[in-house]
Design a binder for this molecule. Sequence first.
Ligand SMILES: Cc1ncc(COP(=O)(O)O)c(C=O)c1O
Length: 376
Amino acid sequence: MERRDFLRSGLALGAGIGAASVGGVALLPDPAQAFPARSDGPLELNSNENPLGLAPDARRAVIDGIARANRYPGERAELTQELAAINGVKEENIVLGCGSTEVLQMAVQALSTPDARLILAEPTYEDVPWYCQPFPYKLEKVPLDGRFAHDLERMKELAAAAPSRVIVYVCNPNNPTGTVTPSAEVDAWIETASENTHFLVDEAYYEYCEDPGYWTSAKWIAERRNVIVTRSFSKIYAMAGMRLGYGIAHPETADLLRSYIGRNNANHLALVAALASLRDSGLIERSRRANADGKRILHECLDELGLEYLPSNTNFVLHRISGDLRTYRERMREHDIFVGRPFPPMLEYNRLSIGAPDEMERFTEVLREFRTNGWV
Ligand SMILES: Cc1ncc(COP(=O)(O)O)c(C=O)c1O
């Protein structure tokens, strides 16, 4: 960028602070307003983000926080304290991450040994196998069972046959299926597993899940060193762009994870936004409600078109497209709609993130048009 342009954009931003909007984006939306003002840009239904936008109090905290953005972040202890209280654990059990993905990365790095195995479902979220790449992990992929749950029995067999350390990645609820692996089954395995079997339980969508057979695996960390639970601020708290997540683990395991942490990893603005979001007692319910409304619109359309979908405990739905996924994605793109990426082997399905109700109306209108064209 030319120096002149840089100055110009800096001036424009400076002029915007304190104004009602910058570039058409409301800085301080009316808290009563359900969804932040959006442009007419593409429909982004591809990354399981929260259409509510940053909560109003979090926006205010970010704007106020800019005044201290030249300082190293000072709110780590305060946020750690609040997260410990919310989860009924101690501060020493909490590890902050630049997104929960950083905690997954720390776990992969910290637990690597020359002959370690990673046992994971197929399909599941890809970050953990991605982080394994530079390490000698041997990956064992286990297809989901008939309920689209993790096939824990098969995973257990593979763990029992492994020569030494095993990491079991349990994404619960699972991405991309949105389905739950019953927590009683996860508990039963953890209870009987040896110390050499490590459970990395990814609960990025924990707060969305209302299945009575689902609960957190965090209760194990008091007595077991081999359980790590990860949580995200990207989903229910609508902070994906701020990058904040955390891990919950036994103090010794948490210390081990921290030896792989990026120093000062959670930035000041993310920390203040997270604190404000946690203190917003209505936020979780607002996110759940908006998600349920959007999902209802989608379900009605899928039912009408006879397109099968998986029961979702998250803010996305995996649904059949009856056709080729690549072509389907390209056609959606031509309509300015981004949908989910391919999740082999489920290539006859599309993973669709739940947007705001008006966004889902726009999507379903296009889907109905696709049906008229004989494309789905
Ligand atoms: C299952 C799962 N785990 C972890 C992540 C990463 O989330 P974060 O933004 O907290 O790094 C995602 C993001 O989509 C996810 O779906």
